[in-house]
Design a protein around this ligand. Structure first.
Ligand code: PRP
Ligand code: ZN
Ligand code: MG
Length: 225
């Protein structure tokens, strides 16, 4: 990786964390010039640029050194950290700050007629989720053997389609579960937006830029509490 003298922050292009994430950066004094494709936004007030991407790509971009910081859900970060852990490796990224917005939980939900009395009720079932590592880890910790079916989206319709017996997905208001006649029975992770960064401190000028940005961010987050 060539040394860079500008810091690069990755954030979700469109989705639940986009607006609050942009707002937080603005309150930390960062202004960006939007490019025509809107994927790369040049920082006008500081040598800090913004890259708008899919949230699932953010940990990987930090791992590769393409971006230095990222605003991402803890659910995405933990899932990808666990993938490293399960291979016996240390994740090259870590959670630096909790940002206090985008709160939700990763929960197991079952059809209305499913009898759930505890984790053991899931033995032998097929569980649809976009978070296979978090799910497998929870099953291991609870000593339950079940089949994890990985789906990248529309997890909530898997039971109706006969692709799975139960699901594990993010729940915020609960409207999606209600609309699909599913009942939340256990939460496996509390999530919210976090600031992610490399596990090893940044070298060159970016280290100082990142420290400066964290100080400003802390100021903004403190006011908010
Ligand atoms: C999440 C999750 C549910 C929904 C839950 O999806 O997968 O579909 O939010 O929220 P609710 O409890 O308020 O209904 P999201 O819309 O974030 O996007 P994705 O499924 O495309 O990742
Ligand atoms: Zn996503
Ligand atoms: Mg969804």
């Amino acid at each position: 990786m060539k040394p860079r003298d500008r810091l690069r922050i990755a954030a979700q292009k469109s989705g639940r964390l986009s607006d609050a994430g942009r707002d937080l950066l603005a309150r930390s004094g960062l202004r960006f010039r939007e490019s025509r494709d809107r994927l790369f936004c040049y920082g006008e007030t500081e040598p800090v640029d913004l890259l708008l991407v899919r949230d699932d790509d953010i940990p990987g971009l930090i791992a590769e050194g393409v971006c230095d910081l990222g605003i991402v859900g803890r659910n995405v970060l933990r899932e990808q950290s666990l993938e490293y852990a399960r291979r016996g490796e240390r994740a090259p990224f870590s959670e630096l700050r909790t940002l206090g917005f985008g709160r939700c939980r990763l929960s197991i939900a079952v059809p209305q007629d499913f009898l759930y009395t505890g984790p053991a009720s899931l033995a032998g079932t097929r569980i649809a989720t976009s978070y296979p590592a978090l799910m497998a880890d929870w099953l291991d910790r609870n000593g339950v053997k079940a089949e994890v079916v990985t789906l990248s989206g529309s997890v909530e319709i898997a039971p109706k389609l006969g692709k799975a017996d139960v699901i594990c997905d993010l729940v915020s208001t609960g409207a999606t579960l209600a609309a699909n006649q599913l009942r939340e029975v256990a939460s496996i992770l509390d999530s919210e937006a976090v600031l992610a960064g490399p596990a090893e401190a940044l070298q060159d000028e970016r280290g100082e830029l990142a420290a400066q940005l964290l100080r400003r961010l802390d100021g903004v987050l403190e006011v908010r509490d």
